[in-house]
Design a protein around this ligand. Structure first.
Ligand SMILES: Cc1cc2nc3c(=O)[nH]c(=O)nc-3n(C[C@H](O)[C@H](O)[C@H](O)COP(=O)(O)O)c2cc1C
Length: 190
């Protein structure tokens, strides 16, 4: 069992990273885990050329986008965590997906077709808005919607999500997150 974790938060001790670390610990008991900090990666923005469509390979010079692509390709599970920024995922995290559209779907005969069927996925979204407002489209709900769109485009089975509400620098993490992280990790391993 191999899992890939994408941390989309710049705060390595923040809510997103804390939940992801709990999942890394659990998933590590069942196999290999590879962790990427989106903010530490060297990835050029997508040029929007659609040069990847004919054969699935990005035509831009090779950078960390290809490295993350290779890791996800060979993994059984993908866990993506992000803070809600303007009702979406963080910019460096989105860049990973923008540069890797054809990792998730192919466009033979012009129609999108999922390429990651059989892999499992989970998401973590931390929002400043308090519950239940963190689930609204202009908060964590919007970030989750964008992430689900990408994971489902790939045909991945989403095993669950962890939503942290009312959180930010200097605020205490809600209780029970480690237990939630454990439950979802078990589903990913199962
Ligand atoms: C640029 C920026 C945009 C944000 N936008 C939102 C937002 O749209 N909705 C929200 O609920 N919180 C928003 N927040 C608050 C963060 O989601 C919150 O601080 C979150 O806990 C950060 O996660 P972290 O602990 O992993 O850093 C924003 C914070 C920043 C810095």
């Amino acid at each position: 069992m191999k899992s890939v974790i994408l941390n989309g938060s710049p705060r390595k001790g923040g809510a997103t990273a804390t939940v992801l670390k709990a999942m890394r610990e659990e998933l590590g008991r069942g196999g290999q885990v590879e962790w990427f900090d989106a903010y530490d990666l060297d990835i050029e923005p997508c040029a929007g050329c659609l040069g990847c469509r004919p054969n699935g390979d990005c035509v831009q010079p090779s950078d960390d986008a290809q490295r993350v692509r290779a890791a996800i390709s060979s993994a059984d599970a993908l866990i993506v965590g992000t803070p809600a920024y303007w009702g979406n995922m963080s910019a460096p995290l989105k860049l990973i997906f923008d540069r890797n559209v054809t990792l998730f779907e192919s466009f033979e005969k012009g129609l999108p077709s999922p390429k990651l069927k059989g892999k499992k996925a989970a998401l973590v979204v931390a929002s400043g808005a308090p519950w239940p407002f963190n689930h609204l489209p202009d908060s964590g709900g919007g970030a989750a919607r964008s992430l689900r769109k990408i994971l489902r485009a790939g045909g991945m089975k989403i095993e669950g999500g962890i939503f942290v509400s009312g959180i930010g620098p200097g605020l205490p993490l809600p209780l029970g997150l480690a237990a939630k992280a454990r439950r979802i990790s078990e589903r990913l391993l199962g």
